[in-house]
Ligand binder design. Sequence first.
Ligand SMILES: [Zn+2]
Length: 498
Amino acid sequence: MWLGLKDQPSIANIFNPSLLKALIFNFVSNLGNIDYPSPVLGNETCGRLFCYQRNSNKMSNRFLHFLFFVLISLTLFSCKTGSVNLFKAATPHEQYQRKLINAGLDQTAMGSAWIKSASLSLEKALNITLPYQETGYFASDKAPAAAYQFTATKGQKINISITKKPANAAMLYLDVWHFPVGGSSKLVASADTLNNPIQYEIDVTGNYLIRLQPELLQSVQYTLEITTGPSLSFPTSTNSSKSIGSYWGDGRDNNARKHEGVDIFGKFRSPVLAIAEGTVTRVNENNLGGKVVWLRPKGKDYTLYYAHLDEQIASEGQEVKVGDTIGLMGNTGNAKNTATHLHFGIYAPDGAMNPLPFIDPVTKTPQKITASVNNLNKTLRTSKAVNFLNAPLPDAAVVERLSIASIVNIQSATGTFYKAELPDGKIGFVQSTALSEITRPLKKIKINMLQKMVYDQPERTAAIKKTLTNGQLVNVLGSFGDYQFISDEGALTGWIVK
Ligand SMILES: [Zn+2]
């Protein structure tokens, strides 16, 4: 099923009950713990959103927050119709984003983080090769999105599917762009988890980019699979690449010229098939090809060429369907003294193309995921010095060399690799076997005067989570740069300077 940009029937309604519940929960739990930098008026503290009695207890504050957010939510509910439905957005992702904006949620921290994450993930897109498979986890408190770039060849059909756990979990949005060399990006396909998989025929060889993003405030485990196959069927009834005996580019006439097609061997006078719906444009004879048939697939810029036929069955101007017999295999042209075969070629306006990606019946399956999915969304540390890579391949480009005990956060598992985030926000791949749990401390240290501040991130500008006392014992769980990741006796974790 092709899922293009025309019809996107199912989009997530951001006002569904589970999201509302999640929003309320999130706001209530966050608001209850946040001290707004706020002016003090009398004995009231006025935050950004409301005022409350400073001396009132936390429960009643939370209740007020709850009431406040329910009111906001009800207002949004009643505003649901209106501008939202006036515009027909192109993709499920765009429609969802428009709903967030119309509901004013882009003004909230989580809403704006979601929108920012959508574009930022594209800048951080990692390299993958097809076929590809990963199982990952999107945590609701992080407004996450993931993006990958890959190359695909004209004639291939890519199949992108997502499954999620639980099945009724958050909606996920999928978008695919083509990046032509020197040109601007073009959105070529999109879907959400209700209308996937995407099947997309590659019309231009080049770089493609895929983004995956869940709806706001929902956690979900997903498996993304991208496979490649042929966009056309096979031109003989053998339907096997084993019957291909000579490939594109093989030398011909003592290497005076290159083979501009593939040779598919078979029985004399066995059927040769139309592999696309289209029009037979020419039925004639030439010196090299002997009896030939040309077929123009409907809506395409290329023509299929069938040569060495013993007999042409289709006639010029005939409309054919996939599987129609257009001729019988033979030995005409320069195949007089060879084994019986079909020479099959594809010609685009700029010349002959390798027909193999169009017809190779083999759909390659991705490498099995052996990295444990139990570690998704977990913080782990390196058990040895290891390369942090920009692709899940041992010889991929090194983003960074991680020293032993470096802290990483696991986002997804692919093959033997994890896709992970470093504490500074860099994203890359690391061998799963080079990581271990952080539950057992590396050592205990006594806090000195310079180490009292426990930061949220390994940097001095990060929020301070706690101030420790001089001489206090803490567990060292790992490190990153000039900082150590520690836990105190209350199991609070954070970063202190080394
Ligand atoms: Zn040939």
